[in-house]
Write a new protein. Sequence first.
Length: 87
Amino acid sequence: MRAWLIANEVASAKDIDVSLKLIYNFPKRLLEMADEYGLDLVVKVLKDEMERVKAERLRRLLQTASVALETGRRGKRLERRLAKGFI
């Protein structure tokens, strides 16, 4: 979202960092934290979190599919997910 805001000139990086610091009580601005911890570590943590979230989403989808197979019911929700290629 931050990149979109900057790319579309909705806000500057500084504006976003200051707002996160003030509104959400971030101890430092995002770029300050990235500099302090190292951008390589920040990227690794973000990638790991992205994989964890995808794994959790897949687990829920598989659970839904398993229940559908066990009960023989394929509701509209499962049909939508199948149509989108999530399962």
